[in-house]
Design a binder for this molecule. Structure first.
Ligand SMILES: [Ca+2]
Ligand SMILES: [Ca+2]
Ligand SMILES: [Ca+2]
Length: 349
C-alpha cells in the first residue's frame, strides 16, 4: 500500500525516493512544546536510535503495569515502542504494526499507514482485546488510531523485538528510572512523542515497612530522680503496607543492662498496616546512679528485617556527697564539742 502510494507520489511530483517511501515529510505533526522528535528512519534496533523519555517508578514490587502512549505520527507502521526497566530489561510494546519484520533492526518497509495523534493516546495493557500488531488495520491511511476506529487499548506485541508482555516485570522493584522509547523505521513520515501525556502506570505491592519513634540512634534519657525511670519507643507499620510486621523483639545490652527491666512482653507484634506497638522498659537508679545500656530491637517484616539500636541512659537523684566546705564545718563542730568537753572536765577537777 505504502509502496503504491510512493509510486503514485513519485509519478505525480518527481520527488526522489529512498527505499519505498517519499523523502518529503508531507504530514509533519503540529508543534507540541511537550514533545520530543522521533528521528525519522533513525531506528536500527538500538535504544540509542530511539526518542526516549524517563518515568520514575514509585517504589514497591510491581503487581501490575500498563502504559499510556501519546504520539503524533502519520504512519504508525513505522513505529517501534519499547519500555526499558531500571535494570535495562526491555519490553517491546509495538513493532511496526502491519509489517512482518524479519528482525528488530529497522530495515525494510512498510507497515500500516494509519495516523497516531497525541490527542488520542493509546493504552498498552496485557488484558487488551486487540494486539498492537493490528493497530490501524481497520481504518485508512488518513484516519487516526483510537479516534477513528474506537480502539484505544492494545496488548503488547513485541514482534521481532525483545520481551513478552508486562508480566515480565511483575515482582520487580518499581523504584528507579524507567524509559519509554519510540523509534521510526522508514523514511518519509516523521513524528514526535508527547512527554507529558505518555507515561507508565504501576500497581505496586508495599509489604510491611517499619517506622520508629524516636528514630534508631536517638539517645533515650530516663529520669529516675523522683522514682523508677521509664523509657519507651514506638514501632509502627506504614499505613500503605500490605502486610503485618511479623514481630519486634527487644533486649537491653551493655554494662548496666542488668539494671533495666523490659516491661513489654517479648516478642511484641504482629503490627498491622497503620498500627503500632509501644516498647516500654524501666530502671530504678538510686541517688548518684547513672546506668547506661543499649536498646536493641530485631524487627522482622517483609521489607527491612534488621536490628535497630538506641543508646539508653537512666539517672537517679544527685548523690549526697559532703563537699570540702561540709567537711570543714563538721571538723569545726567536732572541735567545739571536744573543747566543750575538756572545759567541762576542767571545771569538775
Ligand atoms: Ca510487526
Ligand atoms: Ca497516514
Ligand atoms: Ca518515518
Amino acid at each position: 500500500m505504502k509502496k503504491l502510494l510512493s509510486i503514485l507520489l513519485m509519478l505525480a511530483s518527481g520527488w526522489t525516493f529512498a527505499a519505498n517511501k517519499p523523502q518529503l515529510d508531507f504530514t509533519a505533526p503540529p508543534f507540541n512544546p511537550n514533545a520530543i522528535a522521533i528521528p525519522d528512519d533513525g531506528y536500527d534496533g538500538t535504544l540509542a536510535s530511539m526518542a526516549c523519555m524517563n518515568v520514575t517508578g514509585p517504589g514497591g514490587a510491581i503487581d501490575n503495569m500498563s502504559a499510556v502512549i501519546a504520539v503524533d505520527h502519520p504512519w504508525v507502521g513505522d513505529l517501534v515502542i519499547k519500555v526499558v526497566a531500571p535494570d535495562n530489561t526491555v519490553l517491546t510494546l509495538l513493532s511496526r504494526p502491519g509489517f512482518s519484520e524479519s528482525a528488530d533492526d529497522g530495515t525494510d518497509c512498510c507497515g500500516d499507514s494509519s495516523d497516531m495523534s497525541a490527542t488520542a493516546p493509546v493504552n498498552f495493557l496485557n488484558a487488551a482485546a486487540t494486539s498492537g500488531e493490528n493497530m490501524g488495520s481497520t481504518i485508512t491511511g488518513s484516519q487516526v488510531v483510537c479516534t477513528d476506529d474506537g480502539i484505544c487499548d492494545y496488548a503488547p506485541a513485541p514482534g521481532a523485538g525483545p520481551g513478552t508482555d508486562f508480566s515480565q516485570f511483575f515482582g520487580m522493584e518499581s523504584a528507579g528510572t524507567w524509559q519509554i522509547c519510540v523509534g521510526d523505521s522508514a523514511s518519509g513520515d516523521a513524528g514526535q512523542i508527547d512527554e507529558v501525556v505518555s507515561t507508565l502506570n504501576f500497581a505496586v505491592v508495599v509489604a510491611a515497612a517499619a517506622n520508629f519513634t524516636p528514630p534508631p540512634g536517638t539517645a533515650i534519657s530516663m529520669d529516675g530522680t523522683t522514682g523508677p525511670a521509664t523509657g519507651s519507643i514506638v514501632v509502627g507499620n506504614d499505613a500503605a503496607a500490605t502486610a503485618d510486621i511479623d514481630s519486634v523483639t527487644c533486649i537491653l545490652t551493655g554494662p548496666d543492662a542488668a539494671q533495666f527491666t523490659m516491661i513489654t512482653p517479648m516478642p511484641a507484634g504482629p503490627v498491622a498496616p497503620g498500627g503500632s506497638v509501644n516498647i516500654d522498659f524501666s530502671a530504678a537508679p538510686g541517688p548518684g546512679d547513672v546506668f547506661n545500656a543499649t536498646l536493641e530491637c530485631l524487627v522482622v517484616d517483609g521489607n527491612n528485617t534488621g536490628i535497630y539500636r538506641w543508646p539508653v541512659t537512666a539517672f537517679g537523684a544527685a548523690a549526697i556527697i559532703p563537699t570540702l566546705g561540709w567537711w570543714a564545718l563538721l571538723m569545726l563542730i567536732g572541735l567545739m564539742v571536744l573543747m566543750a568537753w575538756r572545759g567541762h572536765r576542767f571545771v569538775r577537777s
